[in-house]
Design a protein. Structure first.
Length: 267
């Protein structure tokens, strides 16, 4: 009698990552690297197969109080490789010295939709704040893309910074801190997903450097310092594997002004 052969369909699952060692927040002291465990394939669910990564950053010239118009633009995606469909763009608008004001709008010439991620208005002596907007997934690839922000008025110092990321599913938790003059700088965030990238940015008016002293390992992926106008940005990215509470510390140099820091989770 002929044999009967049964075939069971295979099920392939990919987890973007889960840490199997003990959970918990980072320990003060030297930066600590986290090691992802092996993963399997989750492509059937529509999830991306790689962790979020920084690609490139851009900046606009600072505009002084009382100058310019209520719109300001910066061209991005014009570096080697350009921007790919599905890439994530974060628009980082800094302003001084006033009560925090949200941008009226953020657009680009591709028609992508941007939403506000966080208005970072932690109290600090100079009333420096940040308003972060983003689009999680560009519609199409581009070798040039013009971002335009609309501000409430022109009576304050202001600038735009933009960052490009890849393999991002969406935006998660946020946290911000008003920073005092010099010394130890700290920022923290409780993530909502595993294998996230935490982007920590600092307004660096009157700051010459930051050196990480504690928390999960972070990399300074972008910096801009307009020495003539004393304005700029440090951007540090830190890959964290587990969902949980994290804290980072840095020692600063050359600071003689208060400033703002803000952390966002890229999932």
């Amino acid at each position: 009698m002929a044999g009967l052969v049964l075939f069971a369909p295979a099920l392939y699952i990919h987890l973007r990552g889960a840490q199997v060692d003990s959970p918990g927040a980072s320990i003060p002291g030297s930066p600590v690297a986290e090691t992802p465990i092996a993963t399997t394939d989750l492509s059937a669910t529509g999830a991306k197969l790689s962790s979020p990564v920084f690609v490139a950053g851009w900046s606009s010239p600072r505009r002084n109080a009382g100058s310019g118009t209520t719109t300001q633009s910066v061209t991005i995606c014009n570096l080697a490789g350009g921007c790919k469909a599905g890439d994530t763009i974060v628009v980082n608008y800094w302003q001084c010295c006033t009560t925090a004001q949200s941008l009226s709008n953020v657009t680009d010439n591709q028609g992508n939709v941007y939403r506000e991620i966080v208005l970072a208005n932690g109290p600090n002596g100079n009333n420096v704040f940040a308003d972060l907007w983003g689009t999680a997934s560009l519609k199409t690839s581009a070798n040039s893309l013009t971002l335009t922000v609309t501000v409430p008025d022109t009576s304050h110092y202001r600038a735009i910074f933009a960052q490009q990321y890849r393999n991002v599913l969406g935006f998660g938790a946020t946290h911000f801190t008003g920073q005092s003059n010099g010394g130890t700088v700290s920022e923290s965030l409780t993530t909502t997903g595993s294998n996230s990238l935490v982007a920590v940015s600092f307004d660096i008016g009157f700051m010459t450097g930051l050196t990480q002293t504690g928390g999960p390992v972070a990399t300074m992926n972008f910096s801009y310092d307009d020495n003539a106008n004393r304005w700029g940005l440090f951007l540090w990215d830190s890959a964290v594997v587990k969902t949980g509470a994290y804290a980072w510390t840095w020692s600063s140099s050359g600071v003689n002004s208060t400033f703002e820091s803000v952390a966002i989770e890229l999932k």
